[in-house]
Design a protein around this ligand. Structure first.
Ligand code: PEP
Ligand code: MN
Length: 338
């Protein structure tokens, strides 16, 4: 259930509604927009039905939500969410670019990557220290040593760090080094992990599961938000289809769908979304034109020698070209790039 307060509702009226609802044993989530306050109710439907909410002063309407998600929805919050990550805003008019290697491989590789993406205008350095690989024999990541390198790269360049957390045990350690916790595609429905990153309160980049519907993805975000953590970004990274020329099928219609259904920012990752470096630039352009709030791009100083995902990683030169193309498109769709 969502209670929409009228734009003229007073603070006192809002507080009365909240105390009535919590007094009945329900939990509330508040969304204080510029125009109006919206109160989301969580708890048993029977308890909600007994409350005369629409009769209370200051209440415009009470909407019963049948979907299993509400905090992520546009009904709950009409204005786009802007997430402040240490002064870098994601989701507003600024187009955000997260770039870097698939995996942290060495100090030199990472620092060089950081300098390259920073000089080209990215705000975030990406790079996995914990890698969820399809084969147990593939490179698994440098773990905490990799996190230390990411922190060093941040200190040197000022870039924010986004890196993956693969299990509940490592949420604390990754959280100690990163600015954004990435939930990988393979973990989108690891509900215990979603709750753990929700409890951490840190910004979360939630990648779409390999075979997840948009509906399932929205529910996954709701898991994080239901822990009181509203700093969630979606990341479209392609889904499994019958097409096998590309590694995945990048679903750009999901960006438009999410922008309608949710107020949360949407990032597009055309690197995993296509698996082929030659397709990354065109799909990055399409993503920005289609309304994405940002891009996640794999860049490697020397893709031919990358320990993972070299075939979808851009050379420094190609990444610079991508940035200048996207810089030209951004203002056409009302975005700016630094
Ligand atoms: C990644 O971004 O490093 C990654 C492993 O991506 P995904 O979870 O989308 O496969
Ligand atoms: Mn990768």
């Amino acid at each position: 259930m969502i209670i929409v307060m009228s734009p003229t509702a007073t603070q006192h009226e809002i507080e009365l509604v909240i105390s009535r609802v919590t007094g009945a044993g329900l939990k509330v989530h508040l969304s204080e927009g510029k125009m109006r306050t919206i109160i989301g109710l969580i708890g048993e439907k029977k308890l909600m039905a007994q409350l005369p909410l629409e009769a209370m002063s200051g209440v415009e309407k009470a909407i019963s939500v049948t979907a299993g998600y509400k905090l992520v929805s546009r009904e709950f919050k009409n204005e786009d969410t802007i997430i402040d990550i240490g002064g870098v805003l994601v989701g507003g008019s600024q187009l955000t670019v997260m770039a870097g290697p698939c995996a942290v491989e060495s100090r030199e590789q990472l620092l060089e990557s950081a300098r390259i993406v920073k000089a080209a205008g990215a705000q975030f350095l990406r790079g996995g220290a914990y890698k969820p690989r399809t084969s147990p024999y593939s490179f698994q990541g440098l773990e905490e040593k990799g996190l230390e390198m990411l922190a060093e790269a941040r200190a040197v360049t000022g870039l924010k760090i986004v890196t993956e957390v693969v299990d509940i045990e490592s949420v604390a350690v990754v959280g100690a080094y990163a600015d954004v916790l990435q939930i990988g595609a393979r973990n989108m429905q690891n509900f215990q992990l979603l709750k753990a990153v929700g409890k951490s309160g840190m910004p979360v980049l939630l990648k779409r599961g390999i075979a997840a519907t948009i509906n399932e993805w929205l529910h996954a975000a709701e898991y994080v938000m239901s822990e009181g953590n509203y700093n969630v970004m979606f990341c479209e990274r392609g889904i499994r289809t019958f097409e096998d020329y590309t590694r995945n099928t990048l679903d750009l219609s999901a960006v438009a769908a999410l922008k309608n259904l949710s107020h949360l920012p949407v990032i597009v990752d055309p690197s995993h979304g296509t698996g082929l470096w030659k397709l990354v630039r065109p799909m990055a352009r399409a993503a920005v034109a289609g309304g994405a709030d940002g891009l996640m791009i794999e860049v490697h100083p020397n893709p031919a020698e990358a320990l993972s995902d070299g075939s979808q990683s851009l050379t420094p030169e190609n990444f610079r070209a991508l940035m200048s193309e996207v810089r030209a498109i951004a203002p056409v769709v009302g975005r700016r790039m630094e």
